[in-house]
Design a protein around this ligand. Structure first.
Ligand SMILES: [Zn+2]
Ligand SMILES: [Zn+2]
Length: 273
């Protein structure tokens, strides 16, 4: 599973973005060049952060964990390593487990102010679309390495999944859920995250706040009481509820940093008193 982080699926990202943009353009969705550039530049920083910081950290920590407490405590190797259909099953199991950890990480980002400042960058996109997935703060991927990937590596022994299967699914699905298209699943919306359901999560309307945190399986929201079923043809405006705007790469990079520095400065002053 370490390979998922080490080999960031750059090719899949490029293909998924190009394909998604082509579909959005065909559907005559509004895409401004400035917005596109900010999102793509943010995505490049996320990839660099994944390659250069998160991957080495997680590899090192996994080695330490292996020698100290062992890894793969719960053996879930229930699928074959060779058959294609089994690989899909193994990938689905991995994603289901991944989504449990992602759910709690994502929910925490909406609860704790310091984490929200980081996640606000992703939610600040007022032109929700395929490239919104790229608009993340570069530090998020590092936090995820600690709080999602490392616990999974330690806790579970899973059937190894062919790299292109898992990375292809993760990349294409994450871009799919951000598509600015009227794709809705009606009464089956709880089965799998759709562009409509994830758009609801990005809504700037207060009635949609703090719902639908799962990336793949909304059943986690159902289980933990945060599922909100979309209404037919409900595609709300997106962006920060505070109406604050993050409109340049400098602001994307600096947004949580300035607030984190201010919080640390305040704490330091209090400690000195
Ligand atoms: Zn969120
Ligand atoms: Zn999103």
């Amino acid at each position: 599973m370490l390979g998922i982080i080490q080999d960031t699926p750059l090719v899949y990202w490029l293909l998924a973005v190009a394909f998604g943009l082509a579909i959005e353009c065909t559907a005559k969705r509004k895409i401004s060049l400035h917005h596109l550039c900010v999102n793509i530049a943010s995505g490049i920083l996320v990839l660099l952060s994944g390659y250069l910081i998160a991957a080495p950290i997680i590899t090192g920590l996994a080695k330490i964990a292996r020698s100290l407490v062992g890894v793969g405590w719960i053996d879930l190797r229930i699928f074959s390593e060779t058959e294609f259909v089994s690989q899909i099953g193994a990938a689905a199991l991995y994603l289901f487990i991944f989504d449990f950890f992602y759910y709690w990480w994502h929910r925490s980002q909406h609860v704790y102010p310091s984490l929200w400042e980081q996640h606000a960058v992703h939610h600040s996109d007022t032109e929700f679309g395929v490239t919104t997935f790229l608009r993340q703060h570069w530090t998020e991927v590092i936090f995820q390495a600690f709080l999602i990937h490392l616990p999974i590596i330690i806790a579970f022994r899973l059937t190894p999944v062919t790299f292109w299967v898992i990375s292809g699914i993760i990349a294409s699905f994450s871009f799919f859920t951000h598509l600015n298209l009227p794709i809705q699943l009606g009464s089956c919306a709880w089965l799998i995250t759709s562009p409509q359901l994830h758009r609801l999560h990005h809504s700037k309307l207060p009635q949609h706040a703090n719902h639908n945190f799962a990336a793949f399986f909304p059943v986690w929201d159902l289980v933990f009481g945060t599922y909100q079923a979309p209404i037919r043809d409900e595609f709300p405006p997106t962006g920060l509820m505070s109406n604050e705007k993050i409109e340049s790469l400098t602001e994307v990079v600096g947004w949580p940093m300035r607030r984190w520095i201010a919080t640390l400065t305040k704490m330091n002053r209090r400690l000195r008193r």
